[in-house]
Design a protein around this ligand. Structure first.
Ligand code: 16G
Ligand code: MG
Length: 557
């Protein structure tokens, strides 16, 4: 292979001396990349730097490396690679990432040779690797390890410093589209999102809290003491009076407060108001997670009852609005919504029966949703946990662009097309983006003259319960049909079916977690008590039939 040039320096020498493998136990590139205690990750980061260069050379494109452990505790960290369009690393390379992380130091050179041979990777290209990190105190040194890996294979690292995960995805997409997607700088990102938001909301700016609109342009924002708190300040400055964001949970780096009793994951998992945000009745609040790729909304009513508007709510709000606008344009584009089995049954019923938007259900994990969404001209995808976005095919964008200049259309049709084009610019299509999603939700609420109560009134969530069961080996549980059916251990699904049939509107499924060493059990039913009972009964079956360890599952408090 004449095009394959060996790197000038033997890379394994760096690995031995600077980033020796410190852990014996294997780790796996899972749904969110590698994630574990930060002090176990130095050599993994170095090796991901190497792999990023190989991937970049193979794709002849810029690749991203994001250092974050999202909503996990501050002492954890993690890493994931970002592919050329700003999407998650292609699945077939996840296995390579796992191999790279787990081989001994003395095998590193041979595995590099193996991958070069397998893909015929040209080792002559000069490639760029965009590196970003969250606010964890361990992130700077881990980022240095990634850079050492990039340099060892003669790649060029571009250090974006502390950025949100979706910002890093955006930078990669910008670079690989030669700036067609936007300018690959933080400033470019703010300019694109804020510019579109202000255009969309300009006409209604003055009457936002007057007239017959229920919309109030005030939002309480929980930054989870992470990067989302840092970056929202850039938006506060630029949005001015159009949207008054009040920032809470902006503790300093290294205070141990990251995601602690706050943030989107805390609010969604505990269905509880976060610490650090003032309790004000009927005021719209939102929480983002530690790397700002997830968002949930909520409020407390006058009886101090907590109301959550999660990813399902955001998805239905967006899909409904896009459908409305599309109808106004008169352009026929196929619009679909992608959910996972965790989506509340009431949301699926609302979207299919009432809004008549087709829904597809896929396995947990952003890559599955994103991939499926690309099958539609406009694909809206959201996980119930608040991660999601909208992707538009080029054909959809082209049709809309043509419509804005089509004199055979009415003004109303052209305006609706123009509005859709501006909405596309508010949206970070590369991956779920908490702040971009927030701007989109605010735009829609304002346009509809809604506050959070009107939004909630669209449908009523079925009570649901999520439980964790610890078993000796979670891999004994395997599933099919987008994780809704349990294949092994044999007989477990029949037992689950029998339990479900006892409850009105009962639905339940079990799956091994991709991020924790446990099995997750989801149950929903017509009432709170029934959902709880179903969850416990299914959990006990899992415990009995799949090798439960520790105490048997109990009814949640
Ligand atoms: C990861 C996934 C998230 C998924 C979660 C499920 C990405 C970027 N993140 O955080 O989408 O909801 O895992 O966790 O794909 P689980 O497997 O532990 O339930
Ligand atoms: Mg996250």
């Amino acid at each position: 292979m004449s095009s394959v040039r060996k790197p000038k320096r033997p890379v394994y020498a760096f690995a031995r001396e600077m980033h020796p493998k410190t852990e014996k136990a294997d780790i796996q590139y899972g749904t969110a990349g590698f994630r574990t205690k930060a002090n176990k990750l130095g050599y993994v980061m170095y090796r991901m730097g190497l792999l990023a260069v190989l991937r970049a050379r193979y794709k002849n494109a810029t690749i991203g490396v994001m250092i974050t452990a999202s909503h996990n505790p501050e002492a954890d960290n993690g890493v994931k690679l970002v592919d050329p369009h700003g999407e998650m690393l292609e699945q077939s390379w996840e296995a390579w990432a796992t191999k790279f992380a787990n081989v001994g130091d003395d095998q590193l050179e041979s595995i590099i040779a193996e991958i070069i041979k397998e893909y015929n990777i040209p080792m002559t290209e000069r490639v760029h690797i965009c590196i970003g990190k969250d606010t964890r105190p361990s992130s700077p040194s881990l980022s240095k390890s990634v850079m050492d890996g990039v340099l060892a294979l003669a790649g060029k690292p571009i250090d974006f410093g502390i950025v949100s995960t979706p910002q890093l995805h955006y930078f990669v997409a910008c670079k690989n589209t030669k700036h067609a997607y936007g300018i690959p700088t933080e400033e470019g990102y703010y300019h694109k999102l804020v510019g579109a938001f202000l255009k969309l909301n300009a006409d209604q700016r003055l009457n936002s809290s007057a007239g017959n609109s229920n919309y109030r342009n005030r939002l309480l924002y929980d930054g989870a003491n992470g990067v989302g708190a840092k970056k929202i300040k850039q938006f506060q400055e630029r949005l001015g009076e159009t949207l008054k964001i009040e920032l809470y949970n902006d503790e300093g780096i290294g205070t141990g407060k990251l995601n602690y009793l706050c943030g989107a994951d805390f609010v969604k998992s505990n269905q509880k108001f976060p610490n650090g945000v003032p309790l004000q009745h009927n005021v719209r609040c939102c929480s983002v997670d530690g790397d700002a790729d997830r968002i949930v909304y909520y409020f407390i009513d006058e009886d101090d009852k907590f109301h959550l508007l999660d990813g399902d709510r955001i998805a239905t709000l967006i899909a409904a609005y896009l459908k409305e606008l599309l109808e106004e344009t008169g352009i026929d584009l196929n619009l679909g919504l992608i959910q996972t089995a965790y989506a509340n049954g009431a949301s699926t019923e609302y979207i299919t029966q009432k809004l008549k938007v087709p829904v597809a259900c896929v396995s947990t994990g952003v890559k599955h949703l994103h991939h499926k969404a690309l099958e539609y001209e406009i694909g809206v995808y959201f996980e119930a946990n608040g991660h999601g976005t909208v992707v538009f095919q080029k054909t959809a964008k082209d049709k809309l662009k043509r419509a804005t200049g089509d004199s055979s259309l009415t003004d109303a049709q052209r305006n609706a097309a123009e509005r859709l084009l501006n909405l596309i610019d508010v949206i970070n299509e590369t991956v779920g983006d908490a702040i971009s999603d927030m701007l989109l939700v605010e735009t829609i609420l304002r346009a509809k003259g809604w506050d959070v109560q009107d939004w909630e009134a669209a449908y009523t969530d079925l009570p649901n319960r999520l439980m964790k069961v610890t078993i000796a080996n979670r891999n004994v549980i395997t599933t099919t049909n987008a994780e809704t059916i349990c294949v092994t251990p044999p007989g477990l699904q029949d037992e689950i079916n029998a339990l479900i049939s006892k409850f009105k509107k009962g639905r339940s499924f079990v799956r091994p977690s991709g991020t924790e060493d446990i099995v997750r059990v989801y149950a929903e039913a017509a009432t709170r008590e029934e959902a709880d009972t179903l969850a416990v009964e299914v959990s006990r079956k899992v415990y009995e039939m799949a090798g439960g360890i520790g105490n048997p599952p109990e009814v949640p408090a």
